[in-house]
Design a protein around this ligand. Structure first.
Ligand SMILES: [Zn+2]
Length: 954
């Protein structure tokens, strides 16, 4: 299903990577169709009369379906899919707290109910409801199919008219479509019963096209926009408005957006009416979208063939998010793109929203125009839409260098954005980097396979979109850009309005390119091949005239030609293409007039290379330092180079998201310094030395080191050391998610740390082992056990401590929770070094928290439903307030020391309240600011006070 969600790529070790809502795209959960073979009953037309009931949030009506039996056998049953019933039941596998945010007031179903089925003469036909096979979702399968039982068998070639009285309900929800939010109703596919192949049980997921004619009635004050070539108002009577929607060509649905507050602006492009529909405040976006749409249509039609239809609706979806969704003549964009258009900087999302529109409009060629099986072969839809839109984007803004934020004007906020994210390149950081992370996590799988066969459901989006795009880019490298375009245009010519299989696409590609692509498809589309082509050796020697170079390549694959670019000593370049055969040597010889200073392979980054670092000779090491000229190009985050950054205070280095390190040396500033008696001549210079290293090793292992020496005196060697080397080991379980395929959840998180803490030259070495079990998807609970051991033999007595910590969220009702947490910490030895004593640092209202050997802590917090949700209140044009969630808490505990003389009881308890403000950050991230007030109830040294906490974001 063409349904996309775009976000920041995020590092492979970022904490949210296992969130069930993936960063880059949502899974197929919306609507769709089953198999529709060539040899089965087929719907040629749907004549629908339907009314929107805004009291009940339903559409009630009658559809007349013209059915032709295209098979060679008589049939006595006609199956229809009732797609709304896929949303009739809540997901039983996820804790409801995880899905609360999607609903206005708790789970609200979508459904289609059938009241009667009749033939052309009005005689009732019997029917029954049957379950959907679990090939996409594994719940809400009941009544997914309507089977109409004919009185007499329908002979081959014969036709019949079936009348179905039905009612379909929208969900009060704020996720995607099929819902009503802010009084606005949206639904793309299958709000009506849709005829499917009796082979629906095969598990294909296709939308057959047919002629649709719809008469829609809505309340007079509402406005409706349908994805249809013709839309006209037929009249108004008794407060009810009737709208006619029709097409002159088969379409897959009549997608709708209906609401009282919708407005639109429109333009004409080569006989096509483009209409941009917006909610209050969205006009600037709408006008910008019209202008982008014209340029996108120019490009797409020129490159990929004519636009089918005469009308295109681009509508602001009422629900927030950075996503787009397409249907016939219809594109929905998430409200966040409209509302945050110029926040926090003018035009910040221009490029993102242009690319998103290019992707969604591309679906009118691939995915909607050319249909496919959205289950196993969604690549035909998403991979190609990515290929079309990224090609468009690179044609306009170049394929190299930063291109997502490079258009920002000079400014304060702009500079801050550029500093943190200015490096972003659409292809490198939004497609290639996620693909590299997929390989690193071991989640690679064939691009083409049914969802239920997936062993790594976590990677399905990156495989379909990013790997799918990279595979098409590689195909372009093999057969050439012009040939690939000829293939795409031919495919449209033959399959527009029909269903294309990958196998048919392969045959077409082979016929037009006149090449054997069997290996490419077997390895890269149906297989799990990976590629790492590189330069392993290089030798140049002078000849009588000019120079001969012998280049040794590694990792070559006979499927892919390798472009070689040599840079000569005068700066000029020479190019050649190496086409390996099955048995060719991996040494390439070529001659040049001047000596060669550098060689690069695949300089246009056409191949899906798992490692581009070895594509250069000499290897590319880019160094940023304070003496680079001001107009030197930004280094950013290249995928083919090692980056070293030298600044006056330190040095850092990194390679992609694989590893990063930094070393910083700063003058030490004593936070308790007495400035009045400060004498710079008396005081020796003290330094702070900070070193950090982190590496992603694979799916289940990450290694990090942090080391800090504060107040280091170089003459005496005195200072405070805090250093730890940590291995994080993940253990996966496979909870049910409600979607077909195997999902990997890191339930077990173990860390093993070797550290040293304390004053130099005798810090305390220790070992820490922690085990955490997290059962988030089903019961929202987390338990953690930590054992800390002093390593004997370094001057400290052996010591040990153990800590247990547990947290659980209980749901009382929709958006109302009680969070409980507790911890117990005990020293297992008589003494603990000071650095390892426990304290109640969670408390806000106590000045002097005691340190001790034994500690118990408990907290209970009642989280109330948000005071506002999706508020949209602008904060200085920087962002918009999303929600304010109030909560009250009581927390406290006791810390007890092994005291020899005086010992205070150490019990401290406080009560408090807080408001959590959530703001959207860049591209779907969020920022949380807590403002609270805590009052001491039990304990000494306490005083009531306000506190602030900043968190969130990823
Ligand atoms: Zn898409």
């Amino acid at each position: 299903m063409p349904r996309d969600k775009k976000g920041s790529p995020g590092g492979p070790m970022s904490g949210k990577r296992f969130r069930i809502a993936l960063v880059l795209a949502s899974l197929i959960v919306a609507a769709g169709m089953f198999a529709f073979g060539q040899d089965s009953p087929e719907a040629t037309s749907y004549e629908i009369r339907i009314s929107l009931d805004t009291e009940m949030d339903t559409m009630v009506g009658i559809q007349e379906v013209h059915v032709v039996n295209r098979s060679s056998e008589a049939v006595d049953e006609i199956p229809f899919a009732l797609i709304a019933n896929w949303g009739a039941e809540p997901n039983p596998y996820l804790h409801p707290a995880l899905t609360d945010a999607q609903y206005a007031a708790g789970f609200d179903p979508t459904w289609t109910r059938i009241s009667q089925v009749r033939d052309a003469d009005g005689n009732p036909l019997s029917f029954r409801l049957a379950p959907t096979p679990p090939f996409l979702l594994t719940f809400s399968l009941e009544a997914g199919l309507l089977i109409v039982e004919l009185d007499a068998p329908l002979a081959p070639g014969a036709e019949i008219l079936i009348r179905i009285d039905f009612e379909t309900k929208f969900a009060r929800a704020s996720a995607g479509d099929n819902c009503v939010a802010k009084d606005t109703y949206t639904w793309r596919f299958g709000w009506n019963p849709v005829l499917v192949d009796s082979g629906a049980l095969a598990g294909r997921f296709e939308l057959p096209a047919a002629n649709y004619h719809v008469e829609l009635t809505i309340p007079q004050g509402y406005h409706a926009f349908g994805g249809a070539d013709m839309q006209q108002e037929l009249g108004t009577e008794a407060g009810i408005k009737t709208i006619e929607l029709s097409n002159q060509r088969p379409t897959r649905s009549v997608p709708l957006i209906i609401g009282p507050e919708l407005s639109s602006v429109s333009t004409e492009w080569n006989g096509v009416t483009i209409e941009a529909v917006y909610l209050p405040g969205g006009e600037a976006y709408a006008r910008e979208a019209l202008s982008y749409a014209e340029e996108i249509l120019d490009y797409h039609t020129e490159q990929f063939g004519p636009f089918a239809g005469t009308r295109l609706i681009i509508a602001e979806n009422p629900t927030s998010g950075f996503f787009g969704m397409a249907a016939d003549g219809f594109v929905l964009v998430g409200a966040s793109i409209v509302r945050l258009k110029d926040m926090p900087a003018l035009g910040i999302y221009d490029r993102v929203s242009e690319y998103l529109l290019a992707h969604e409009i591309a679906h009118l060629w691939w995915g909607i125009g050319i249909g496919t099986d959205f289950n196993a072969e969604n690549w035909i839809s998403e991979g190609f839409a990515e290929y079309l839109s990224i090609s468009y984007f690179e044609d306009r803004y170049g394929g190299f260098n930063p291109n997502l934020l490079s258009h920002l004007q000079p400014g304060l906020v702009e500079d801050a954005m550029l500093e943190s994210m200015g490096y972003m390149n659409l292809r490198q950081h939004m497609s290639e980097l996620p693909y590299l992370a997929l390989l690193q996590l071991g989640f690679d799988e064939p691009i083409i396979q049914p969802m239920a066969d997936s062993q790594y459901l976590n990677g399905i989006t990156i495989r379909t979109y990013s790997k799918g795009y990279l595979a098409l880019r590689a195909l372009e490298a093999i057969i050439g850009k012009d040939t690939l375009h000829t293939i795409l245009v031919e495919a449209l010519d033959e399959w527009n309005g029909k269903l294309l299989s990958v196998e048919d696409f392969k045959l077409l590609a082979e016929r037009i390119s006149q090449s054997d692509l069997a290996d490419f498809f077997a390895d890269w589309i149906y297989g799990t091949a990976q590629l790492d082509v590189g330069i392993s050796g290089f030798d140049t020697h002078a000849m009588e005239s000019g120079y001969q170079t012998l280049l040794t390549l590694s990792g070559i694959d006979p499927i892919f030609p390798v472009d070689i670019q040599a840079t000569l000593t005068d700066g000029s370049t020479a190019e050649m293409r190496f086409v390996p055969t099955c048995c060719s040597a991996d040494t390439v010889a070529f001659e040049t007039v001047l000596p060669i200073s550098a060689i690069a392979i695949d300089p246009d980054e056409m191949l899906p290379d798992a490692n581009r670092y070895n594509n250069h000779w000499p290897r590319k090491i880019m160094v940023d330092h304070p003496f680079r000229s001001a107009d030197a190009p930004e280094i950013g985050k290249p995928l083919d180079a090692y980056v070293i950054d030298i600044s006056p205070t330190g040095i850092s280095g990194s390679f992609r998201n694989d590893h990063a390190w930094s070393l910083m040396l700063l003058p030490h500033i004593d936070p308790n310094m007495d400035w009045e008696s400060f004498n710079s001549l008396d005081d020796r210079l003290l330094l702070d030395l900070v070193g950090v290293f982190a590496a992603n090793i694979g799916r289940d292992l990450g290694i990090s080191f942090t080391g800090m020496i504060t107040a280091l005196d170089l003459q005496t060697g005195m200072g405070e050391l805090d250093a730890m080397l940590t291995a994080r080991i993940l253990g996966f379980t496979h909870p049910q998610t409600g979607q077909a395929g195997l999902y990997w959840y890191p339930s077990w998180q173990h860390t093993l740390t070797v550290g040293a803490l304390g004053a130099l030259p005798r810090p305390t070495p220790y070992l820490s082992l922690s085990v955490q079990y997290d059962s988030q998807p089903t019961i929202l609970m987390r338990n953690r056990m930590q054992l800390v051991l002093g390593i004997p033999g370094f001057g400290t007595a052996p010591f040990a401590s153990i800590t247990w910590q547990g947290e659980r969220r209980l749901r009382l009702f929709h958006l109302m929770y009680v969070d409980v947490g507790a911890s117990i910490a005990e020293s297992l030895s008589q003494d603990l070094p000071n650095e390892f004593l426990f304290s109640l640092s969670q408390l806000h209202s106590f000045d002097y928290l005691p340190m001790g050997h034994h500690q118990a802590y408990a907290a209970i917090e009642a989280v109330f439903p948000p005071l506002v949700r999706d508020s949209g209140y602008a904060i200085l044009n920087l962002t918009r307030l999303d929600s304010i969630t109030p909560s009250v808490f009581i927390q406290g505990g006791r810390t007890q020391a092994n005291c020899l003389s005086v010992c205070e009881p150490g019990i401290r308890v406080e009560a408090g309240a807080r408001l959590a403000f959530i703001f959207p950050g860049f591209l779907g991230t969020s920022i949380r600011l807590d403002i609270g007030y805590a009052v001491p109830l039990i304990g000494v040294d306490g005083s009531a006070r306000a506190f602030f906490e900043l968190g969130g974001g990823f």
